[in-house]
Design a protein around this ligand. Structure first.
Ligand code: SF4
Ligand code: SF4
Ligand code: SF4
Length: 363
């Protein structure tokens, strides 16, 4: 947007303004989630419009209340793997086990769908410490959902992109085609154990599902409600885009997510340019997208690439059949009960506008 900033608040400046030192911040942060979770925000929707979120990065102090709230609200969806894991063929397919490392919070894992990155950036003679909550961007045209042959991932009409843990075989195609490589695999869980324990994918892929169960009841996602500093706003996309522009204008700032990967339903507004933020994160080794630490690159629309369009067209007629077969397998092997997790085949994300492919052995 503009060349220089006026607004924006560094964490240091913010804490100074609040009169909080490091110790008092830690103490107050510990008390924040319970307090904030008590007041669940509502979501306003408009017919025919996707829901989008806006992160005002000038307000985020990195307290972690959103991360805690995500875990508290979504813990019932986390995998409980069976061990020992079946040995995979070919053996190059590695087991991925995060079940003994559930506390890891400096990256995305199947047990941590949201984490914080922090970067110190010089801009126009001022130092900004910017904290960035990172999770799935909920793309408008998501390659993860468009390129799964099993129909395990999909995009709902309200813009939520989610993976059906009852159908996913853990092949991680969704991760390899996602520009940010967001979904994370846990081995030893899911349908592959029953149907092809040595040859199918290798577990189930997990990521932020935008607290779909709360949104379905008209409530805001847990991370939105929990934030004591109102960093996030959720609403119909057109309004959110307009708000993002107004906010960016007010702080002479910058927007990320409006056009990246063809447009996402997660918009960030920052008082410093995103290429500077990306460079600072990279310098401090906080970016490794293959290891659950996404960057902030200006990605083009991945689904406009010729090979992806061709692959999606090839998959589309078969994805429904695959989902049906998987559903039949699920019923046969006694996994027919609704898990209350990510939805069932034939409903929820599996039968949406977008298709996703679960190739198996992608990693
Ligand atoms: S988004 Fe809000 S809750 Fe999350 S770290 Fe930033 S200030 Fe804390
Ligand atoms: S492509 Fe990646 S960021 Fe976009 S919806 Fe899928 S997992 Fe999320
Ligand atoms: S929207 Fe829900 S699932 Fe996604 S990061 Fe926020 S709390 Fe976690």
């Amino acid at each position: 947007m503009k060349d220089e900033h006026k607004g924006g608040l560094s964490r240091r400046g913010f804490l100074k303004a609040l009169g909080l030192g490091g110790a008092s911040l830690a103490a107050s942060a510990a008390a924040l989630p319970a307090r904030a979770l008590a007041a669940q925000e509502e979501v306003r929707t408009l017919p025919g419009q996707e829901l989008a979120t806006l992160h005002d990065l000038s307000r985020c102090v990195g307290c972690g209340a959103c991360v805690e709230a995500c875990r508290e609200s979504n813990g019932f969806k986390y995998p409980e793997p069976q061990k020992p894991f079946p040995e995979m063929y070919p053996p190059r397919v590695k087991a991925e086990d995060w079940s003994e490392k559930r506390d890891v919070d400096d990256r995305l894992t199947p047990y941590n769908w949201l984490f914080l990155q922090s970067a110190e950036v010089e801009q126009d003679g001022e130092t900004y410490e910017i904290n960035i909550p990172r999770r799935c961007m909920h793309c408008q045209n998501p390659p993860c959902a468009n390129l799964c042959p099993w129909g395990a991932a999909g995009r709902e009409k309200n813009g939520i992109v989610r993976i059906n843990d009852q159908v996913c075989l853990g092949g991680s195609k969704c991760k390899s085609v996602c520009p940010w490589h967001i979904p994370q695999r846990q081995t030893g869980v899911g349908l592959y154990l029953d149907i092809l324990p040595r040859f199918a994918g290798n577990g189930v892929m997990y990521k932020c599902d935008r607290c779909h169960q709360l949104v379905a009841e008209g409530q805001a996602p847990a991370c939105v409600s929990a934030c004591p500093y109102d960093v996030q706003t959720i609403g119909p996309r057109e309004e959110i885009v307009q708000k993002a522009h107004e906010l960016a204008e007010s702080m002479n700032g910058y927007i990320y997510g409006e056009h990246e990967n063809g447009g996402t339903n997660t918009l960030y507004v920052s008082p410093v340019p995103f290429d500077k933020l990306h460079a600072a994160l990279k310098d401090s080794q906080q970016i490794d997208s293959k290891k659950g630490r996404p960057g902030l690159e200006p990605f083009p629309d991945m689904m406009s690439a010729e090979e992806n369009m061709a692959e999606a067209a090839l998959i589309a007629p078969f994805a429904g059949i695959a989902a049906g077969l998987v559903a039949a397998g699920r019923a046969m092997f006694g996994r027919g009960e609704a898990s209350g997790r990510s939805g069932a085949p034939g409903e929820g994300p599996a039968n949406n506008e977008s298709r996703d492919k679960e190739g198996g052995h992608e990693d």
